[in-house]
Write a protein that binds this ligand. Structure first.
Ligand SMILES: *[C@@H]1O[C@H](CO)[C@@H](O)[C@H](O)[C@H]1NC(C)=O
Ligand SMILES: *[C@@H]1O[C@H](CO)[C@@H](O)[C@H](O)[C@H]1NC(C)=O
Ligand SMILES: *[C@@H]1O[C@H](CO)[C@@H](O)[C@H](O)[C@H]1NC(C)=O
Ligand SMILES: *[C@@H]1O[C@H](CO)[C@@H](O)[C@H](O)[C@H]1NC(C)=O
Ligand SMILES: *[C@@H]1O[C@H](CO)[C@@H](O)[C@H](O)[C@H]1NC(C)=O
Length: 269
């Protein structure tokens, strides 16, 4: 009787489809004690003028329901991406700061062999991460369906970086130019510090190790801004803000880097 009940609950959960995972969530997820804590503004109503005055050059913000990427999300299901891009070669980077190593393999090999939950005892420089370095000739036919956030910064051009990574993975603290990061499937937790406040971190340790070893000892005033970005939300990060990311689920995500003139997007985000 109890078994039947469990099966039913599983079926109902599947049917109601919450949260939507596109077939990516088979690897489980990471539960954090402070998961609901959010110290980044979340705005569902924001004009361009308000964005420029309150956020663009001064602090991060999470935009809710500014874009409708339901079609793009549909194209990013595990089944559809494997069917469309499985045979293409992708370039992975190590998940550390400063000295990225690159490894090439097929998208299918990555999904089937490497897309695993993060081993908490691995180092970032031993962890391979798929984000950026996209071959636009190949991935362009997917990116054409992505609607980027509507707010532009004068004099910048937008460049996309697309990735998929396992639960518990992420990139340790680093910085670059301004831009947006949208979660398509899964959840991504962000930790951010203003440019003048360089955080204490080891460049070869994972974000997960930093959260376990360094974060708990930080006085409240030394803690980063942080928030979990849900599927369909977009985080804006201003120029040169330090940030580290942690995927709480197997996550599909895309960044829009706002570069000055023609330049390659940063390899990692
Ligand atoms: C905010 O935007 C939503 C739609 O995204 C709208 O329904 C709501 O009325 C708006 N709220 C305010 C205070 O403007
Ligand atoms: C988003 O767009 C799809 C079509 O691509 C439409 O079916 C859906 O209703 C839209 N959702 C919202 C919240 O506007
Ligand atoms: C990774 O970084 C650690 C600590 O900085 C170093 O000891 C180790 O040799 C590095 N591993 C690789 C594969 O480069
Ligand atoms: C981090 O690892 C790289 C190789 O993966 C190594 O060259 C570098 O020295 C390491 N950095 C530190 C601070 O240990
Ligand atoms: C990008 O993909 C195209 C089409 O498959 C291929 O011809 C080209 O060599 C690739 N570019 C790089 C830098 O791998």
């Amino acid at each position: 009787m109890q078994l039947l009940f469990l099966v039913l609950v599983a079926l109902i959960r599947c049917k109601s489809g919450i949260p939507v995972s596109g077939g990516w969530e088979l690897n489980g997820h990471l539960a954090l004690e402070e998961e609901d804590q959010c110290t980044v503004d979340r705005r569902a109503n924001l004009t361009y003028t308000e964005f420029i005055h309150q956020y663009a050059f001064s602090r991060p913000v999470i935009l809710q329901r500014f874009t409708n990427n339901s079609l793009f999300q549909d194209l990013c299901s595990k089944e559809k991406l494997l069917a469309e891009f499985g045979g293409f070669r992708i370039r992975l980077s190590t998940a550390n700061t400063y000295s990225y190593q690159k490894v090439d393999l097929s998208f299918q090999e990555y999904v089937e062999q490497l897309l695993q939950p993060q081993d908490p005892n691995s180092l970032g420089n031993d962890t391979l991460y798929f984000f950026g370095d996209n071959n636009f000739t190949e991935w362009g036919r997917l990116f054409q369906y992505y609607s980027p956030p509507p707010f532009h910064l004068l004099g910048t051009t937008a460049a996309y970086s697309f990735g998929i990574a396992g639960a518990g993975s992420g990139v340790p603290f680093h910085w670059h130019g301004p831009g947006y990061s949208e979660v398509i499937f899964g959840r991504k937790r962000w930790f951010l510090y203003p440019p003048e406040k360089r955080p204490d971190f080891h460049p070869n340790k994972t974000t997960l190790a930093w959260l376990r070893d360094t974060y708990p000892a930080l006085p409240i005033t030394e803690r980063p801004l942080q928030c979990t970005v849900q599927a369909g939300e977009v985080l804006y990060f201003p120029d040169r803000w330090w940030h580290a990311t942690l995927n709480l689920d197997t996550s599909v995500f895309i960044s829009t880097f706002l570069g000055l003139g023609q330049q390659d997007p940063p390899g990692q985000g």
